[in-house]
Design a protein around this ligand. Structure first.
Ligand code: DX5
Ligand code: ZN
Length: 230
């Protein structure tokens, strides 16, 4: 039963354009799309929730208009931004919108508002955030994003303690019998991909491993290979 829900043969890869070369963005997106990437992960940082600034809705719309890959929008923004950011990124064409558990006391309301806009909803957990709240929102989400580094920057080292959290979240989802992806984000490479998939991850976000490679398409293929049969 659990294996039906969590099909390890179908692990998805979502390259994070945070690590793409800004002057080669279009060609690099085409490379990962041709190689079989499943989504494009877009990190939205507001300089407040995290110490970095990245993309706005116009960039999301431009990527979406390429019609190559669905957009996986990861909002690393404070509560004050959510009311405008959620509809703006929905309008820009997001397939998933992820909000952080840590930013709002009204998580359930925000998750519902994402679905009401026709977008798949997801919640992200920082490395120090307990997943204990998850059973109370599992009916309102399509994906859990487990941060495997502290959010804000690409190129950081994977935090091994997150393997246990992936396992715990996998058990929660299987016990509830719901359809819910487990996405991992941060420090994913050929070595860590197999480990997270073995614990139950179904979507791998990878930034520097993919876009620092001489061939980003080959890097996407290698992540898919590393996750097979785990
Ligand atoms: C970090 C971002 C990640 C980042 C991952 O805050 O959420 O999506 O791009 O980068 P790597 O794969 O280089 O750790
Ligand atoms: Zn991210």
């Amino acid at each position: 039963m659990a294996e039906d829900i969590h099909d390890r043969q179908k692990v998805k890869v979502a390259p994070s354009v945070l690590s793409a070369h800004p002057l080669k963005l279009e060609s690099q997106v085409r490379q990962v799309a041709s190689a079989g990437a499943d989504m494009l992960h877009l990190d939205i940082m507001d300089g407040n929730f995290v110490p970095n600034l990245t993309f706005g809705p116009a960039a999301a719309k431009a990527l979406s208009s390429m019609n190559l890959l669905p957009l996986d929008v990861h909002l690393m923004v404070s509560a004050a931004c959510l009311d405008w950011a959620v509809p703006a990124f929905a309008e820009a064409g997001a397939r998933y919108i992820t909000v952080h558990q840590e930013v709002t006391p009204h998580l359930s309301r925000t998750l519902r508002s994402i679905r009401e806009l026709g977008v798949r909803s997801a919640v992200a957990l920082n490395p120090s955030t307990s997943p204990d709240f998850l059973p109370y929102v599992l009916d309102e989400i399509d994906m859990v994003l487990i941060m495997t580094v502290n959010p804000g920057f690409g190129g950081q080292a994977f935090i091994p303690a997150m393997l246990k959290k992936i396992e715990v979240v996998r058990e929660m989802i299987d016990r509830a019998g719901v359809q819910c992806e487990i996405e991992v984000d941060g420090g994913i490479d050929a070595a860590t991909a197999g480990e997270v998939v073995a614990k139950g991850a179904t979507i791998l976000v990878a930034g520097s491993y993919v876009f620092s490679a001489s061939d980003p398409g080959a890097a996407v293929c290698s992540l898919k290979m590393c996750s097979r049969g785990r």
